[in-house]
Ligand binder design. Sequence first.
Ligand code: HEC
Length: 628
Amino acid sequence: MNVRKYLAGLCAAILTLVLASAPLRAETLLEAVNGSPALIGESYATGLRVFKATCAGCHVGSTSRAPQIAVLRNMPPATIYRALSEGVMKPMAAGLSDGERIAVAEFLAMRKLAAADTGPQIKTCAAAHAGFDRKAVPTYTGWGFDPSNTHSVSAKAAGLTRADLGKLKLKWAYGFADSNRARSQPSLAGGAIFTGSHNGEVLALDRATGCERWRYQARAEVRTGVVIEPWKGGDRKADPLAFFADLAGNVYAVRAFSGEQVWKMRADTHNAALITATPALHDGTLFVTVSSLEESSSADPAYQCCTFRGSVLALDARTGKEKWRTWMVGEPQRRQDETGRVEYGPSGVALWNTPAIDARRGLIYFATGDNYSQPATEHSDAVVAMEMATGKIRWAHQAIEGDAWNVGCYVGGDNCPDDAGPDFDFGAGVILVRSADGRDLVLAGQKAGIAYAFDADSGAQVWQRRVGRGGLAGGILFGMAAQNGRLFAPVSDFGEIADKTHAAMPGMNAIDIATGALAWSAPMANTCSAERKNCYPGISAAITATPDFVIAGGDDGRLRAYAPESGEVLLDMDLLRAFKTVNGIAASGGSMSGGAAPIVDGGQIIVASGYGHAMKMPGNVLLVFEKQ
Ligand code: HEC
C-alpha cells in the first residue's frame, strides 16, 4: 500500500469510525459528522439542530435503554421516524414538526427516508410459491451449520463437485432495499431462504424464484442469521419458530411459516448493546451472546468510558423468558483521576460470535473480545466453556492478557486506557472437532492472526499456529471451517499496524487439526485496482468447506473456491457488478466481509454480497447460483 493511499485510508477510517460511533457531546457531534451532509442534503443541518435540542439530553451519555447514536445509526430512517410519530418517542417529539422528525430520522440513519418509502412494490409470491414445504426440514441448525460450528457441508448435501464450479449460472438475484450491506447468513428450510438485512427487514424468500413469502420489520439492522426450529419432516401440525436478533439488542421469535411475531425481548438495557452473533438453539433453549458499540463511542473524549459488559443469555425458546445470564466481567466501578476525569471499569469483553454446542458434555463454547477500560480482566480475549444448564464457566483460556482498548486509542483520544492492548478480539465462532487421535478440541481464530486448539475437557492449549499478521480488523475475523482433519483459516490482515514483526498475509490457510502444522497457505493476489475504491485483498467473512472445495467471499468482492488438499484456486468469480434483481431493486455486489458464509446446498451456492461499512465496498444483493 503506498503512503498516500494509506493516509487517505486512515483519514477515512477515522471518519468512518467516528461516524459509526459518535455518541458525542453536542459540540463534538458537529465536528465528528462533518463531511457527510452530502448523503442527506438539507436534513443534515435541521436534523443536527433538532437532535441537539430535543434528543441529546437522553441519547448522548448513559441514560439506561436510550440507544446511543452509534446504535440509532443501525436503525432505518423509517423506524426512527415511526418511533417519533407513533411509537415510544412520540411524547419526546411532540413539539416537532413532521419535517423536523423526518430530518432528525435521516440525520441519525444517515440516509434518506424517501428511498425506503418509494421503493418498488413487494414482490409477494403467487400461490404456487407461497407455501412452505413441510418435508423440507431445516438443512442447517444455525450459523455454524451444525451444533459444533464446523461450517462444513457433506458432499451429498452440497450437491456440487469441483467440476461443477466452472458451470455455475446465476439463477436469481434479490436486491435488499435501502441497504448498502448484506451480512446476514442465509438459512434454508421449507423451500425458503431466510435472511436478515441492513434495513431491518427479515425475509423468507422462495428458494425457486426469489419471491417473498413474508417479511418482518425488525427495529434495526439484522446482521445475525435466522435460526429455524427443527420439526419432524412432513408434520402437518408443525409450527416452528424462527429466531434472530438486531443491532439494537433485541431478540425476536416469529413463526417460520408466516413471519408473525411470537415474542421479542431486549437482551441488555445498556444503551450501547447490540447483537451480532446468530443465536444458538439447543433443545428448547436459545443462547444469545451480547456485544456493544461502546468501544467506538469512546472515541469521543467527553464520553465516560466504559460500563458495558458482555454477557451470555439462555432463553426459553418458546417464550423468550430468561433462564440465566452470565456476565463476562464484574460490575464497573466509578473512579476519578487527579485531573478530575471520570471513568468506569472493568468493562467490555463483548461477545461477537455464536456458541458451539457440546451436548455430550453439556457445554457451550465461545470466544470473547477485549476489555474497553482498565482494569483488564481474566476473561477478555479468551475461549470459554460454559455449562448449558447453569451458565457457570467450566474453563476459560485467555489468549492475550491485559488487552484493554477502545477507539479512543485509534483516534488519539483521552479515553484510551493506560497500557492499552492490541484489540485482538476473537470475532470468529469457535469449532468443536474430534481430532485424528480421538481427542475433542475447541478451535479458535483470533484477530491476532493466530489459530488455536484447546482441549475440550480441560481448556489446556494443544497448539497455536500463526497464519496472519493481525490487526484491528485483521487476522482471522469472522469464521473458519473444519473438515476431514483440516482447519481452514481465512485471513484479512486489513490496514496497517504499529507492530512490524510480521508482514500482512491475506489469504487462505489449511492447518492439520491433530498437530497444528500448516498444511498449505494460499496468499491472495491483490486484484484491487484504482477504480475499486475500498477494495482490499483478504478474507474477513466466514467460510464454508465441502469435501471438494472451500469457498470464501473476499474483501475484494470476489468469490473464490480453494482445493482443500492444496489451496489451488478452483473458482474466482467477480461479484462487484450490478445485478438485475427479481424484486426490481437496483443492486450490486461488493465486499463480502461479515459473519455470513456462502451456503453450498443442493447444487446451489447462495451468497450475500456487499459491506458498506468499515471502509469496505458497499453492495446489497443476495445471489443464488446453480450448476447447469
Ligand atoms: C427523556 C429522554 C429521551 C428523550 C428526550 C428522547 N429519547 Fe429516544 N429513547 C429514550 C429511551 C429511554 C428509549 C428506550 C425506550 C425503550 O426501551 O422502551 C428511547 C428510544 C428511542 C428510539 C428507539 C425506539 C425503538 O423503537 O426501539 C429512537 C429511534 C429514539 N429514542 C429516538 C429519539 C429521538 C430522535 C429523540 C429526539 C427527537 C429522542 N429519542 C428523545 C429516551 C429519550
